[in-house]
Design a protein around this ligand. Structure first.
Ligand code: TYD
Ligand code: MG
Length: 460
């Protein structure tokens, strides 16, 4: 028998290379290459050949003129789980494939079972395929959920063709696969969970979705090590990628869309894990400000945008005398280079000295400040810690800092101010050019030209 051709695949990004390397040449991760059988070459597809003769590919498609394609905007199925629908862009799109990634134990199975339960409640047929847990285990979970998940049909199966066969028989409107890393096809050599298997199975589920109009959800565990292909290897195959992360305390979860063919990216949905499953949090700002106690130095609040949604987030800084060697710069939730830049601007333009200080910066709640709109809040938190005097606790800071120390306007100021007013903040510090003509009731704007003026205004 001929020896199977093998290649090396990165289990982070799925890149294929002929030889082993310590670092993946595509995504630059270290020690992620694993040897796997290379995918067999398929026979060339020929018109008129049946699906089975084409190795699982569907019938040959006929070209159509675009104006003859029926239907306008795709209808959507709302699950009624508000935050979930919001992140998807307004509900589930028929025929779409959604990847739900996240670390084991974060709540992927829970939320998908809730979604299936709600869809059943709205007279949509669902098929929940579990390759990780037995029917009994899934039932126990279903019993704890608020949703009536009892009418969800469960299939404990991991072989792809059997899954597709059952799905064709039952013709569900929504098919949920938990997880894609347990599904395999015997047509490929190599164990379930390896890059080749995961990709091939996802690609065939994708074709099934497009041909039948079934919406397919794929669970993908984020794994560190273990030779299992991560969800990143599938991102290009699917329509929508959602990541589930913990944030803002132990029980809080953020669902984030990082790719969406049917909605905005970077939208987030916030949930809390309860005894009865995941409950949407309608007021995320409250959650990220939750534990704030006014009166402490080194704290400032920014009104940041997460997708189209404004969110108030606390930034904490601690500047303390460095005891050993070179001072430390530790930052959580803000890019290290951005912190270095802001420290340099504060030194040069506001006369603050950080040379002998350790600097720790933390964006509360595990959120990442990706926007430069947080610059001013970071600067105020740092200055507040240096002076050891609290910034006003009912103020928000909105703006980017330039290298000259100037405060620059940022986008969507109205929405940020509205959220700040809604959360009871009384003052907003921003660039004179960013002050809108009308302010939401209850909040006043204080304009500051540059960081020196701002520090003067606040700390005298
Ligand atoms: P799970 O959905 O199994 O995570 P994943 O599929 O991403 O691996 O969630 C597991 C955790 O959630 C587990 O630690 C128990 C907890 N949990 C609750 O707190 N409440 C609940 O109602 C359920 C179903 C789970
Ligand atoms: Mg699970």
């Amino acid at each position: 028998m001929a020896k199977t051709r093998t290649a090396f695949f990165c289990r982070e990004c799925g890149n294929e290379t002929a030889r082993w390397q310590g670092q993946c040449p595509a995504c630059h991760e270290w020690n992620t290459l694993v040897e796997e059988p290379a995918a067999p070459k398929r026979a060339k597809a020929a018109a008129g050949v049946s699906a089975s003769a084409r190795g699982g590919y569907g019938p040959v498609a006929a070209p159509v003129r675009l104006r003859d394609v029926e239907g306008a905007e795709a209808p959507r199925w709302a699950t009624g789980l508000a935050e979930f629908d919001f992140v998807l862009g307004g509900g589930i799109v028929p025929g779409s494939v959604v990847l739900v990634g996240g670390e084991p134990g974060i709540g992927k199975s829970t939320i998908l079972l809730q979604v299936a339960g709600r869809l059943e409640g709205a007279s949509k047929r669902t098929l929940y395929v579990s390759g990780e847990e037995s029917a009994h285990q899934v039932k126990l979970r279903a019993d704890r959920l608020e949703e009536a998940a009892g009418s969800v049909t469960l299939l404990a199966e991991t072989e792809l063709d059997s899954i597709l066969l059952r799905a064709a028989e039952l013709a569900p409107q929504v098919l949920l696969i938990d997880s894609i890393q347990t599904v395999y096809t015997p047509e490929l050599e190599g164990a379930p969970g390896n890059v080749g298997q995961v990709r091939e199975c996802a690609a065939r589920l994708q074709r099934f979705a497009k041909q039948t109009g079934t919406a397919v959800f794929l669970v993908g565990h984020v794994t560190k090590g273990g030779g299992i292909a991560g969800p990143k290897t599938l991102e290009h195959i699917v329509d929508t990628v959602l990541y589930f992360e913990s944030a803002g305390g132990l029980d809080n979860r953020v669902l984030r869309a990082t790719k969406n063919r049917f909605g905005g990216v970077d939208e987030i949905g916030v949930f809390r894990m309860t005894a009865a499953g995941l409950a949407p949090v309608g007021n995320p700002s409250e959650l990220f400000l939750g534990e704030r106690h006014g009166g402490a130095s080194g704290s400032a609040v920014v009104a940041t945008m997460e997708g189209t949604r404004p969110l108030l987030v606390e930034v904490q800084a601690l500047a303390a005398k460095a005891s050993y060697g070179a001072p430390q710069r530790v930052s959580t939730g803000l890019d290290h280079k951005r912190l270095a830049l802001l420290l340099a601007v504060l030194e040069k333009r506001a006369g603050l000295a950080f040379g002998a200080l350790d600097v720790f910066l933390n964006v509360v709640g595990g959120l990442r400040l990706a926007e430069t709109a947080g610059d001013v809040a970071v600067a105020v938190a740092l200055a507040s810690s240096v002076f050891d005097r609290p910034a006003p606790s009912d103020a928000v800071f909105i703006g980017e800092l330039g290298l000259g120390g100037e405060i620059r306007p940022v986008g969507q100021v109205e929405r940020r101010l509205a959220e700040a007013a809604r959360m009871g903040f009384k003052t907003a510090y921003l660039s004179p050019r960013a002050v809108p003509k009308t302010l939401p009731p209850g909040i006043r704007a204080v304009a500051a030209e540059d960081v020196r003026a701002l520090v003067g205004l606040i700390f005298g």
